[in-house]
Design a protein. Structure first.
Length: 268
């Protein structure tokens, strides 16, 4: 695998591997992939931090990357946008990645493999990353936090239709009671609590009708976010909640609070 730092400054690969990159197959699951935005400030000696932005059910990865380019340029951050495609082993599936494991795929490990490749290719700092996701991406993001709190510097969760509570009396994905058997990981609420969390939703994003079509006749999206906030807060996590007035179920429209949240955590 090519390290960008090893390419001469005039090599065309430098142009291909900075700013908007192509999609690359994930190293340990080539049915998944990722693209990145590498800011113009990147140099071979730089060790830039990484923001991982996870798509929702619609998998609008291009828009997601574009939306964070101003943040990447202003704060010298590499943006990584994984793609967990629909239809792996089930041609009609659109949800499996949200629950982290399905059909023998551990999507958390897929992301960890992507981050290792990002570290090597761009000399990036991936020991801990900023992590965000909207809707289905928000489901994945907070569940990844539970399983790998040591790899997350901060997480922003937007309008998830389903949540996992820090509750050992409930099995995954409702709770964390069987994560040792399922993932080989015992969720540590104390470690989770060390990671600041933003929960954000549009003021007009009820979602009850959409969720009912998908077979969930229980909580609305605001109710789910409140349940998650209560669970995290009860275990000591510093949680910020933001409701964006006049906004429905929209990742772009709820992105400004995410950018503000991460900006406030960066040095300088």
């Amino acid at each position: 695998m090519i390290r960008v730092a090893d390419l001469p400054a005039t090599h065309p690969g430098r142009r291909l591997l900075t700013k908007r990159t192509p999609f690359f197959a994930a190293p340990n699951e080539p049915r998944c992939s990722y693209c990145a935005y590498v800011p113009t400030s990147w140099t071979p000696g730089a060790e830039l931090p990484v923001l991982v932005a996870v798509h929702g059910t619609g998998r609008s990865v291009g828009e997601l990357r574009e939306g964070f380019i101003p943040f990447a340029e202003q704060h010298n951050v590499i943006v990584v946008t994984p793609l967990f495609p629909a239809g792996i082993d089930d041609p009609d599936d659109v949800h499996d990645y949200k629950l982290v494991d399905a059909h023998g795929i551990r999507f958390d490990r897929v992301l960890l493999g992507i981050l290792e490749q990002v570290r090597f290719r761009w000399n990036a700092r991936v020991d801990t990353v900023l992590l965000c996701g909207h809707s289905g991406g928000g489901q994945f993001a907070h569940r990844f936090l539970y399983l790998h709190p040591d790899r997350v510097a901060a997480v922003a969760v937007g309008a998830p239709g389903g949540v996992t509570l820090l509750d050992d009396s409930l099995a995954w994905p409702e709770g964390t009671g069987d994560t040792r058997q399922r993932f080989g990981i015992t969720v540590d609420p104390g470690a989770v609590a060390r990671v600041p969390v933003l929960l954000v939703i549009g003021g007009d994003d009820d979602g009850r009708a959409d969720l009912a079509v998908m077979g969930d006749h229980g909580h609305s999206r605001p109710e789910q976010l409140d349940r998650l906030a209560e669970s995290l807060t009860r275990h000591g996590t510093a949680v910020q909640q933001v409701v964006v007035p006049g906004v429905g179920h929209s990742a772009p429209a709820t992105r400004p609070p995410v950018v503000d949240f991460f900006t406030g955590l960066l040095p300088g």
